[in-house]
Design a protein around this ligand. Structure first.
Ligand code: GLU
Length: 526
């Protein structure tokens, strides 16, 4: 049994330029698991694929994680060997400085405060991976491969033609030590280090989500560990890092399950204890296809930009693959509740369907819980984007006015980017509508005029300081009597110009006395 203080997990993204919803879930499950057990949640940037380098990706990743409240922590640094050569470019410079100091707060300059520690960055630990690749060479568990990409390609094609499984044919495994030395001395450009798998061996492993999994090495290829550019492959870097970072549990997406055998064997080759593994179900669309960028938004940033609240996103993402257990109907969870309730027993194997309607519903619930002040703060940037808002009179752009609109809209809002959208009449000076819209059922023009005049009298008689929703409702209902629609319908249309809208009491309350009377006057003149 691992004591709680030994629980150490890591979120290990490759910075791609945006944070996929699936990555957010991986980060979250790691975070919840660590926090629940009083363990450590670490961040490691897996940036050893130079071809995939995206400028600004790291900054973006750190910023999103910080926004989502998933801040990494750091235990004591493991080994002095892990501090590696300097790279010239900033802001890495600053991060590395932070790593070495370990106690001081690190700032990613001008971008984001990362918490107390910088993340581990693989491209800064290359010496470590090289050292351990060499160790496997020395112990004959790995070998140099000098094959050119052209030869590997031709080999693969031939295997495919012969209906064989494509895998490295181990040509270089047979080289004599003299031949190897000669090739190394010649500094052949395609030199890599490959792992030598045991032949035809069945290995068993228990995954925390999938249960018992077994695999046979006969169907696996000798994977490259160190590439010709001197960078490690993902497999070597992750095994070495997880060992030296003392990672107790590797929680990652199911797409890495096929690599699990290799990782388990790598651990064995190094003579290290393997961590426990948990492979999280894929996130899929309703049609069971993989959630991908082509079908719509997959980036957390996109959802934030559309006005999904971070609490709602966390809540939603937590439920993508986990539930609180049978008998629990709870659907809304704060971060603290998630930390308390999360467990791997209730993480399922089947793909988790990304249900946009569910996300909207959850978001609406979180919006409802906001105070008008909070909602105002959060929604202001969205208002400022709206054309009807930009064109409105200054008094209708005021904080006070927006708060009144938000008070009315709060219970109907799914997303912050929808603020004002269905109630743009609050901001439009001259309403355009067909006067027929003022007609309730088969009422005559005279009846409409009488109703609007009555409403005009009631509102004129109400003092500005008594202009509350309750008073408006009470006085107008009294004036309307039995046949409410006769008065309330034309009044509502006069105030909004719309077929559908909130009630005339709510609308009049927001518009205020002067504007309401002005709009009724205009309706009468139609
Ligand atoms: N860099 C890998 C990814 O972005 C991490 C896999 C792992 O967690 O081991 O998917």
């Amino acid at each position: 049994m691992i004591s709680s203080s030994n629980i150490r997990v890591r979120f290990a993204p490759s910075p791609t330029g945006y944070v996929h919803i699936g990555s957010l879930r991986t980060a979250l499950y790691n975070y919840l698991f660590a926090k629940k057990q009083g363990g450590e949640y670490l961040l490691r940037l897996e940036d050893t694929d130079k071809k995939r380098f995206v400028s600004g990706a790291t900054e973006n990743l750190l910023s999103v994680l910080e926004t989502m409240g998933l801040l990494h922590s750091e235990g004591p640094f493991i080994s002095q060997q892990l501090t590696v050569n300097s790279l010239p470019e900033s802001p890495r410079e600053t991060l590395r400085a932070g790593q070495q100091q370990t106690i001081e707060s690190v700032k990613y300059p001008g971008i984001v405060e990362v918490g107390d520690y910088g993340p581990y960055i693989q491209s800064e630990r290359l010496e470590l991976y090289r050292k351990y690749a060499q160790e496997l060479i020395d112990s004959k568990k790995a070998y140099y491969c000098f094959c050119s990409p052209e030869r590997l390609d031709a080999m693969r094609k031939e295997q495919m033609t012969n209906k064989q499984m494509p895998k490295y044919d181990r040509l270089c495994c047979q080289l004599s030590s003299e031949e190897i030395q000669k090739n190394l001395d010649a500094k052949l450009p395609d030199t890599t280090i490959r792992f030598k798998l045991p032949d035809n061996e069945t290995v068993w492993f228990t995954d925390m989500v999938r249960g018992e999994v077994s695999f046979n090495t006969a169907s696996m290829a000798d994977a490259v560990l160190l590439k010709s550019d001197g960078y490690p492959t993902y497999h070597l870097a992750m095994a070495v890092d997880d060992h030296f970072m003392r990672i107790s549990h590797v929680i990652r997406s199911e797409e890495w399950l096929p690599s699990l055998p290799l990782h388990v064997l790598l651990y064995r080759a190094f003579g290290w204890d393997a961590p426990q593994f948990a492979h999280l179900p894929l996130i899929i669309n309703a049609d069971k296809s993989k959630l991908s960028k082509r079908q719509g938004d997959v980036a957390v940033e996109d959802y934030l930009k559309k006005g999904y609240l971070k609490e709602a996103l966390i809540n939603f993402v937590a439920m993508l693959g986990w539930n609180p257990g049978e008998g629990s109907m709870q659907e809304l969870f704060s971060m603290d509740e998630l930390i308390e309730k999360f467990d791997f027993e209730h993480v399922h194997k089947a793909g988790a369907v990304f249900d946009m309607k569910k996300l909207d519903w959850i978001n609406a619930q979180y919006i409802k819980r906001l105070s008008v002040d909070e909602l105002y703060e959060k929604s202001l940037p969205f208002w400022q984007e709206k054309d009807f808002y930009k064109a409105a009179k200054p008094e209708q752009q005021s904080e006070e006015y927006l708060k009144k609109v938000l008070f009315i809209e709060r219970d109907r809002l799914n997303r912050l980017d929808a603020v004002g959208e269905s109630n743009a009449f609050f901001f439009i000076d001259t309403l355009e509508y067909d006067k027929e819209l003022l007609r309730w059922k088969k009422n005559t023009d005279d009846e409409i005029i009488t109703a609007l005049t009555k409403a005009q009298e009631v509102l004129t008689a109400l003092d500005e300081q008594d202009w509350t929703q309750d008073n408006l409702s009470e006085k107008l209902m009294a004036a309307a009597g039995e046949k409410r629609g006769d008065l309330l319908w034309p009044l509502r249309v006069a105030l909004t110009g719309a077929k559908q809208s909130p009630s005339p009491f709510e609308v009049a309350f927001v518009l205020g006395k002067i504007e309401s009377l002005k709009r009724i006057g205009k309706a009468l003149s139609k």
